[in-house]
Design a protein around this ligand. Structure first.
Ligand code: IMP
Ligand code: MG
Length: 173
């Protein structure tokens, strides 16, 4: 496998996470729970939580794990729940967070699951959005960056479990 071509540098990501946190804090009234989708959104959630603190928000943090692509670079379309959050989110405001929205199936699945739990309100957030690839109509309230139809890695995002540790986002050449 060749090198990684940088798409978003560490500094670009940090700057966008900061402005995204400000947008979120302006939009969501009062307390809320961040629900990140593992493993891809883990690094993003960690940075976004701290950025939210800097703008005066104090969210709780939970994670949910969905089935992944495995070794493939395209979605199988079959989303399953591998690990749940505690179900006591009834009456809460929830900010659902993923690394990338691609076909939209993962975020649609997680949204439907959370809505069954009598939550007060739900917002969705993705660091990256690939609108060209959408197969399911989902609304993403907060988007870090829109990108084209290319396979990216880094900053939590993997290819066959590699590259999650990279502090930047890039394309494998
Ligand atoms: P969706 O269900 O098709 O929207 O897929 C969303 C999930 O697919 C994301 O949470 C990622 O884990 C994964 N994914 C989508 N695009 C990429 C990519 O370019 N690189 C690595 N993983 C991706
Ligand atoms: Mg994912």
């Amino acid at each position: 496998m060749g090198g990684i071509r940088t798409l978003f540098s560490e500094a670009e990501i940090a700057a966008r996470v900061g402005t995204l946190a400000a947008e979120i804090a302006r939009t969501i009234p009062g307390d809320f729970v961040m629900v990140g989708l593992l493993k891809g959104a883990a690094l993003f959630v960690a940075d976004l939580a701290r950025a939210l603190d800097r703008v005066g928000a104090h969210p709780e943090i939970e994670f949910m794990r969905l089935s992944s692509y495995g070794l493939a670079t395209t979605s199988s379309g079959d989303v399953r729940l591998l690990g749940d959050i505690p179900t006591d989110v009834a009456g809460r405001r929830v900010l659902l967070i993923d690394d990338i929205v691609d076909t939209g199936r993962s975020i649609a699945f997680a949204t439907a699951l959370l809505r069954q739990r009598k939550i007060l309100d739900l917002w969705t957030c993705a660091l990256l959005d690939k609108p060209e690839r959408r197969e399911v109509d989902v609304s993403i309230d907060f988007v870090g960056f829109r990108i084209g139809d290319e396979f990216v890695v880094g900053y939590g995002i993997d290819y066959a479990e590699k590259y999650r540790h990279l502090p930047y986002i890039g394309v494998v050449d």
